[in-house]
Write a protein that binds this ligand. Structure first.
Ligand code: 5RP
Length: 228
């Protein structure tokens, strides 16, 4: 199986965790796309009724709407039973980097308001330590050059994320993304605390102590890991 097939495998498998009547957070990305498709099929077949989806990006909202999934915003629900999302890296300690699809802000809001979080990934995302994948940081445009310069001075090797046409990428909330090329994050909590304290940073892609269950796509099938 290639990477895309592994993503499909875990995307489809994860729908087993969705039970009738649940309010479900719907993540973002190519793996989640398979999950949302599978959820839409189950709803259309009448196997799941009364599902409410809470989406984490405009892209996922569009897909879910086309499939007829009822949607509410995070502010319109009193709880979220379960959120299923992808990840860019998951460490041995079950910390994650997210935001490769630039949706980290809404993803973190939905994840932190969920009773349970499941991440679905192909096996290439499982690592010992985080950091080979560039860490996305969402910043407001005003003063973003100053934030960038502070990152440079810290040796974080920042780059502004760009679109294919060379212009700066804008998130769903009209912010910029600065990617930090850190190679290895030895103390993710310390880095998260630093980033949380910087003016102009809206959110960062370190998702620490958040995930409950990881479903990994491996060649011999999906493997379910429970975080400690
Ligand atoms: C989007 C994300 C995605 O979940 C992450 O980038 C994984 O994406 P994919 O399933 O396409 O590999 O964090 O902001």
């Amino acid at each position: 199986m290639d990477q895309n097939q592994l993503k499909q495998l875990v995307g489809e498998k994860s729908v087993d965790w969705i039970k009738d009547g649940m309010i479900v957070g719907l993540g973002t990305g190519s793996t989640v796309k398979f999950m949302v498709d599978a959820l839409g099929q189950k709803i259309q077949a009448g196997e799941l009724k009364n599902i409410i989806g809470v989406t984490t990006s405009k892209v996922t909202a569009k897909q879910a709407q086309q499939l007829g999934i009822t949607l509410k915003s995070v502010d319109e629900v009193d709880h979220i039973d379960l959120t299923i999302d992808g990840a860019d890296e998951i460490s041995a300690a079950f910390h994650g980097i997210k935001g490769g699809g630039a949706a980290l802000l809404f993803e973190k809001i939905v994840a932190t308001n969920s009773s349970k979080n499941i991440w679905i990934v192909d096996q290439s995302k499982m690592v010992q330590d985080l950091g080979a994948f560039p860490l996305p940081v969402e910043v407001i445009p005003y003063g973003s050059q100053k934030v960038f310069e502070r990152f440079e001075a810290k040796g974080f090797k920042p780059t502004f994320r760009k679109k294919e046409d060379g212009g700066l990428l804008l998130t769903d909330s009209d912010n910029y993304i600065i990617d930090l090329h850190l190679e290895k994050i030895t103390n993710p909590h310390e880095l998260a605390t630093y980033l949380d304290q910087q003016v102009g940073i809206v959110e960062h892609g370190l998702f620490l102590d958040l995930v409950n269950t990881v479903i990994v796509g491996e060649q011999d099938g999906p493997k379910v890991l429970e975080a400690r």
